[in-house]
Ligand binder design. Structure first.
Ligand SMILES: Nc1ncnc2c1ncn2[C@@H]1O[C@H](COP(=O)(O)OP(=O)(O)OP(=O)(O)O)[C@@H](O)[C@H]1O
Ligand SMILES: [Mg+2]
Length: 369
């Protein structure tokens, strides 16, 4: 048998060597003969397609991918014409329980004499690119809104101060016991509420700059949880934490991170109403790549999940938008602020929600800035 010499002069049979090469490719590779039968596929293809290699080999491509007409057409056309076809936009692969967006390319399988004997299909999982695109779109939208809101906030701040001052004067003029006193107190309280919203808005629009220090994430989370446990006394809420003890201090703005996680934990507790479970998990992700060409960096992931009612599908797009709130007394700025804090730390925040089952927010933060 032919052998391949590796650097260390170990002798590997050539067939094994080629199989190892194909299996080591991170993208899905599927080879289809002229008769439409799959002759080869690698683990990445198994992962994307949700089938086992044993199941795929010898199966008809058209049958295995019967739901993916775009892919079936690509393979048929390449086999027929010998042309390479790519589609990086419109292809998804559906398997039980997941839909994976893929960049697909179909190459003709040619012998040295030019005879076309089938097709090689490569499938690149582009889930994270899609997620990144969505994050960029969202950041764009938020920055436009932030500028607008800040402009408005500035305009409102002065007249609001005037109203509050006048209400305080009125309060002083009225004798104790006067029925009208209650109205002046409502006026003062409500102007203070608006003032609070405006301060938050202005902070949102102005980059404060991070005050970076080593932050012990678990201490931040534990301190918040300790206080929130007090706040829910009387409700049947259980708190579960799974902290990865190997997480070192991260370089971050501790005050901002407290705000971030407090907002997320409060939202979860609001969603739980009278009873339920709040779970906070932390772990290290090594080799996480934020963008295609960025160097790999180590990130920590903090997940905050609840088994509350979840977020309706139609609302999911809007929850980051300033003033979007489903609560009677919510300002709807909490998640907008979270988004900003995470972005300033060069991290990422995402949400998964299943109506009726619960919601999970995942925050990814780099270990070093
Ligand atoms: N864990 C969750 N479960 C269900 N819905 C949620 C959850 N977290 C957020 N939401 C939805 O997203 C909306 C926006 O959240 P956000 O924190 O921005 O505002 P808010 O909580 O309504 O008000 P506040 O500004 O006081 O935080 C909420 O009103 C709620 O509808
Ligand atoms: Mg909130």
């Amino acid at each position: 048998m032919k052998q391949h010499n590796t650097d260390n002069e170990m002798q590997i049979p050539l067939d094994d060597y080629y199989a190892t090469v194909i299996d080591s490719v991170g993208d899905g590779v599927i080879v289809i003969g002229r008769d439409g039968i799959i002759t080869l596929c690698n683990p990445a293809a198994e992962e994307i397609g949700g089938f086992s290699r044993r199941h795929a080999l010898g199966a008809r491509f058209q049958k295995l991918f019967s739901q993916e007409t775009t892919l079936v057409e690509m393979v048929a056309k390449t086999t027929r014409t010998g042309i390479t076809i790519s589609d990086h936009e419109n292809v998804v692969v559906r398997s039980t329980g997941k839909v994976t967006p893929v960049a697909a390319t179909c190459y003709p399988l040619m012998r040295a004499n030019g005879e076309n004997i089938g097709a090689i299909l490569t499938l690149k999982d582009i889930t994270y690119i899609r997620e990144l695109e969505a994050a960029v779109r969202q950041a764009d939208r938020l920055s436009t809104m932030g500028t607008l809101a800040a402009g408005l906030a500035h305009e409102v701040k002065n007249p609001l101060g005037g109203i509050k001052g006048a209400a305080q004067l009125l309060e002083r003029e009225l004798a104790e016991g006067n029925d009208l006193l209650e109205y002046t107190r409502v006026m003062i309280r409500e102007t203070e509420r608006i003032d609070h919203i405006i301060r938050e808005l202005l902070e949102l629009a102005s980059p404060r700059g991070l005050k970076l220090t080593p932050v012990n994430l678990h201490r931040v989370l534990s301190d918040i949880l300790l206080l929130q446990k007090q706040a829910v006394i009387g409700r049947e809420i259980s708190f579960v934490t799974h902290f990865d003890p190997s997480i070192p201090d991260i370089m971050a703005d501790g005050e901002m991170l407290t705000r971030l996680f407090l907002n997320l934990i409060r939202n979860a507790l609001d969603a739980l109403a009278e009873s339920g479970r709040l779970t906070v998990t932390s772990r290290v992700l090594s080799d996480y790549r934020m963008a295609k060409n960025e160097r790999q960096s180590r990130m920590v992931a903090v997940e905050i999940s609840d088994d509350g009612p979840g977020i309706p599908k139609d609302d999911l797009e809007n929850i980051w938008t300033p003033f979007f709130s489903s609560k009677a007394s919510g300002t709807g700025l909490g998640l907008t602020i979270c988004h900003k804090i995470v972005a300033e730390h060069r991290g990422m925040i995402k949400v998964e929600s299943d109506t009726g089952h619960g919601t999970k927010f995942t925050v990814l933060l780099p270990l070093v800035q």
